[in-house]
Design a protein around this ligand. Structure first.
Ligand code: NZQ
Ligand code: ZN
Length: 394
């Protein structure tokens, strides 16, 4: 097992009606004037926003609100939020929504603590020195932003989707009420489940074989549980226990627990391939991941057939004795599972049309930051590899 540091400071308040404690929690973490940030309407329609604002008021916390966050959250709204936050003198950010709302709130919280343009962080031209404190009331199990140290935003002027990671932006608290996710449309439920499984897989596929049996064992067990629960939440959207398992696994998948002892954060090539798709074509993150994973897995499988075979046997239950056969059977079984959730497993299914050669080349060029970086760890991928994976994903 390799050395590691594990830091997961977010106070999780899990269970029914946690949203009514948003005010008490915000006040406990020092919030006096809060910017409540939310999305395109689900939090208004369900009455959640009103509940949260009432709870803040009851705890003596003043608030201003800013809605309108779209999936693949836009830099333009973030800049609006920073200007609003400055004008109003806010000292705390409260995100009511999913990964997009939380990430937009994280970017506003950074922006309120810096002189320059917040995009400089995401363009890797600056480092954050501080960040306003944040809390989250989570409404979708997916990105894991409620306990992660990352945020991912899209520059709507350039179509670039970029992430920035720092422990400064970890939420002080996360309210997680599984019942809030009952209203999710099936596509968003499936997309969220896919993202959760991908956060497990990105960490599972790392070079070096078995380095931490506990991390591998937890990941395999959680993936098997996700296979069961992802089906259940689609069949019975109001099954509280299944929604609860998925919601909790969303946090466990992305609070770094599953990489302890592995010596690296994992592979993450599929996430980079997807971020390019999200920035250019504005697709749902989990669906974009489902569309590239099978092509990625078959492209890199020979770099580590033993690990793919372990995934096939221990997670997907395949019986093949020879490693390469077990690896390929495992990939096919997982692809079939994604399909059974209603997820696209090709780019053509994702986008509803076949991309041409120029579009593929542009995606690979963008994903490689114009040919200046490689992605992935199981097998490092250069621009030409990225283009080949996008092509095979057609
Ligand atoms: O805007 P509203 O009306 O709320 O609709 C949202 C949105 O359309 C809807 N929704 C959310 N909760 C709902 C609901 N609809 C009905 N009932 C509810 N309870 O769901 C849609 C998707 O929401 P979004 O916040 O975009 O979902 P998700 O949590 O999947 O976040 C995706 C974003 O997070 C980034 C992704 O790249 C993407 O931009 N990620 C962030 C990460 C992080 N910060 O650690 C890691 C991830 O790998 C990921 O990259
Ligand atoms: Zn993700």
């Amino acid at each position: 097992m390799k050395n590691f540091t594990f830091y997961s400071p977010t106070q999780v308040v899990f269970g029914r009606d946690g949203a009514d404690r948003a005010g008490e929690l915000t006040a406990a973490f020092g919030g006096r004037k809060v910017l409540v940030h939310y999305g395109g309407g689900s939090a208004v329609r369900s009455g959640l926003l009103q509940r949260v604002c009432r709870s803040l008021e009851d705890s003596g916390v003043t608030c201003v609100t800013l809605g309108g966050v779209k999936p693949n959250p836009r830099l333009s709204l973030i800049r609006e939020g920073i200007a609003l936050g400055r004008r109003e003198g806010v000292d705390f950010l409260l995100a009511v929504g999913g990964g997009s709302v939380i990430d937009s709130a994280k970017a506003i919280a950074y922006g309120l603590c810096m002189e320059g343009d917040v995009w400089d962080l995401y363009a890797k031209e600056a480092q954050a020195a501080s960040c306003l404190p944040l809390g989250a009331v989570l409404t979708i199990a997916a990105a894991g932003s409620e306990t992660s140290n990352s945020s991912v935003i899209t520059n709507d002027e350039t179509g670039e989707k970029r992430g920035y990671s720092s422990d400064l932006c970890r939420c002080r608290f996360a309210v997680m009420d599984p019942a809030l996710t009952f209203t999710l449309p099936p596509y968003q439920t499936a997309s969220g489940c896919t993202d959760i499984m991908m956060h497990m897989l990105e960490r599972y596929f790392h070079p070096g074989g078995v380095l931490s049996m506990s991390s591998d064992g937890m990941t395999e067990s959680l993936l098997r549980t996700m296979l069961v629960c992802s089906r259940r939440v689609l069949e019975q959207p109001e099954d509280y226990d299944a929604r609860a398992e998925v919601m909790w696994m969303g946090s466990l998948a992305h609070n770094d627990l599953l990489q302890c002892g592995n010596g690296t954060r994992g592979d993450w090539a599929c996430h980079q391939l997807e971020h390019e798709l999200g920035g250019v074509y504005d697709v749902a993150h989990g669906a974009g991941l489902a569309a590239v994973w099978p092509a990625w897995a078959r492209y890199v499988v020979d770099a580590d057939p033993a690990r793919f075979a372990a995934f096939g046997r221990n997670v997907m239950g395949v019986a093949e004795t020879e490693d390469r056969a077990a690896a390929l059977a495992g990939i096919a079984a997982f692809e079939a599972h994604l399909r059974s959730l209603g997820m696209p497993v090709t780019l053509t299914e994702l986008l509803g049309r076949r991309l041409d050669g120029e579009e593929i080349a542009a995606l690979a060029h963008g994903c490689s930051f114009r040919g200046t970086r490689t992605i992935g760890a199981v097998r490092p991928l250069a621009e030409a590899d990225m283009a080949e994976i996008y092509r095979r994903a057609l």
